[in-house]
Design a protein around this ligand. Structure first.
Ligand SMILES: O=C(CO)[C@@H](O)[C@H](O)[C@H](O)[C@H](O)COP(=O)(O)O
Length: 363
């Protein structure tokens, strides 16, 4: 009997971690050999969809319907409509990100997230089917805490350091997204750690292990659910595999990597061990290969004295002041966050210009 083809993508989904799709195109989700759990997005993805001829009818219908509204309402309405057409292709949630222009204004983040909540409701998408992405800074996490308490679930994103990870837990985020690679590394490969064995050599593996350990410890201490780690921003398939090895709950992948992993045969025999059904309960201890990485941080810089961010600091007190301080002290968090914010704001601004130009043609 010939062996049935099993791809590496299927192996990862069946035995290692949840696979999510970092793209709003329904054809990408539909082409996968199983339904992805979540569909993530950001202003790069939404502006790309807005301008994509594939969505012309949907976009023009939405713009025409809301043409007397401000551009940002139209942008969000289009984003929700794009998510809506993909909701049947995924198992869990669609995600939209708040504007990165307003992250340091708690009230503005609340207003934007609640607007998404209203638009999702009007589109017939319940709170259990979407999640609001909020890049992690002090004031934005103060907003996330209020939103999570209201039942509007959030994902803390643009996560580059342990203090941000702990703050997202204190805000009650449902998920977090560490960026395995900094955003600029996609275009500028001199910034990319092109290592042989990403699980033990890529500097982000060390940091993600520290987030997972912190969440495991918080779960033990409090018994409360902690954010699930859905890692993002991959360049190669072996980085994805490494993220499974270090213990990520999920990864969100762009079309190119989904395709590559779906075309890669998995020759290993099925392990027979199903993937964990809870991110922090009964977590197996780290393998010998990884155990030495705990407490190390190749990104910390020469000045670092080996002290990691503390679980006992209230990072959200005083409008998120302690988080802002901790982020400043970290060698990489602020520059990497700036890359992400600049990327997302640049793409949001392009979306704005495109909507304003299109509105003129309707006048
Ligand atoms: O944060 C999440 C998911 O939560 C992602 O959508 C994330 O925004 C993207 O993976 C990163 O921005 C990287 O995007 P790209 O540079 O790979 O296009």
């Amino acid at each position: 009997m010939t062996k049935q083809f099993r791809s590496l993508l299927e192996k990862l989904e069946e035995e290692v971690m949840n696979i999510d799709v970092d793209c709003a195109d329904p054809d990408v989700a539909l082409a996968m050999p199983f339904k992805p759990h979540n569909q993530t997005s950001n202003q790069d993805i939404i502006t790309g969809a807005l301008m994509n001829p594939l969505y012309k009818d949907l976009v023009m219908e939405t713009i025409t319907k809301y043409k007397s509204e401000p551009w940002e309402i139209i942008y969000d309405r289009v984003a929700v409509a794009i998510c809506k057409q993909n909701i049947v292709n995924i198992q869990d949630r669609v995600l939209l990100q708040v504007s990165c222009h307003i992250l340091h204004d708690t009230e503005a983040v609340l207003t934007h997230a609640r607007r998404y909540d209203q638009f999702f409701k009007e589109a017939g998408i319940g709170r259990d089917k979407y999640c609001i992405k909020i890049p992690i800074v002090g004031p934005s996490m103060v907003a996330a805490k209020i939103l999570n308490a209201e039942g509007i679930r959030t994902l803390g994103t643009s996560l580059f350091g342990l203090s941000q990870a702990i703050a997202a837990a204190q805000a009650g985020c449902l998920m977090v997204s560490p960026y395995y690679n900094e955003c600029d590394a996609h275009a500028n490969r001199s910034l990319w750690p092109d290592v042989e064995d990403p699980a033990t050599q890529h500097p982000s593996s060390f940091r993600i292990i520290s987030y997972l350990q912190a969440y495991e410890e918080l779960y033990k201490r409090t018994g409360k659910e902690q954010p699930k780690v859905m890692s993002a921003s991959y360049i190669t398939a072996k980085e994805v595999v490494a993220s499974g090895e270090i213990g990520c709950w999920a990864v969100t992948l762009p079309p190119v990597l989904l395709k590559e992993l779906a075309e890669t045969p998995d020759d290993s025999p099925p392990s027979g061990i199903p993937k964990p059904n809870h991110p922090y309960m009964h977590r197996p201890s780290l393998s010998k290969r990884l155990a030495h990485m705990v407490g190390l941080d190749p990104l910390a810089g020469k000045e670092w004295e080996g002290n990691q961010a503390s679980l006992d600091v209230d990072y959200l007190a005083d409008g998120g002041a302690a988080l802002e301080e901790a982020m400043k002290k970290d060698a990489v968090v602020l520059p990497r966050l700036k890359q992400a914010v600049d990327l997302f704001n640049g793409r949001e601004d392009e979306g704005k210009e495109w909507i304003l130009k299109t509105l003129k043609t309707l006048a």
